[in-house]
Write a protein that binds this ligand. Structure first.
Ligand SMILES: [Zn+2]
Length: 147
């Protein structure tokens, strides 16, 4: 519906239409002044630049059920992992859960600005994830590496 409305609008109307959608909560505009991309509510991170809704760089999502020390251990391990492989450090890594609410070492999302790609980690990361313990429903796990 949003795309249809934007297609129907001419250049002058487009900004008005976008503004209406933003006010109605159907779009959120990136707060980064160099980006200003309009994202849909389903988009947690900006599609244009990869920043968070509040304009900050992609940050941690620490599951409350996990111990902060175990979370920091995971961060250190992930930094080591990319350094050891000589690969560019992603801004952050997001992990998924299986149906039993265990964190998965495979199918993780690597965030590089607006670009993401999937990555399967090995047994070292699997162990570190195991140390975090079983997740509670609704918890998310994202580890920022760019700081
Ligand atoms: Zn943006």
């Amino acid at each position: 519906m949003i795309e249809k409305a934007l297609r129907a609008a001419n250049e002058q109307q487009e900004e008005v239409v976008r503004d209406v959608f933003r006010k109605a909560g159907l779009l959120w505009q990136c707060k980064s002044l160099t980006c200003r991309f309009d994202n849909t509510p389903a988009q947690e991170l900006c599609e244009g630049c990869g920043r968070q809704r509040d304009g900050r760089r992609v940050g941690d999502r620490v599951p409350p059920s996990a111990h902060p020390d175990d979370f920091e251990d995971l961060r250190a391990l992930l930094k080591e992992h990319f350094a050891y492989q000589g690969k560019r450090l992603p801004d952050a890594v997001t992990f998924e859960k299986d149906f039993g609410n265990e964190w998965l070492s495979y199918g993780a999302t690597l965030h590089y600005g607006p670009r993401t790609r999937f990555h399967d980690f090995g047994s070292d990361v699997e162990e570190a994830l195991c140390d975090l313990g079983r997740a509670e429903p609704g918890e998310h796990l994202r580890v920022a590496l760019s700081r």
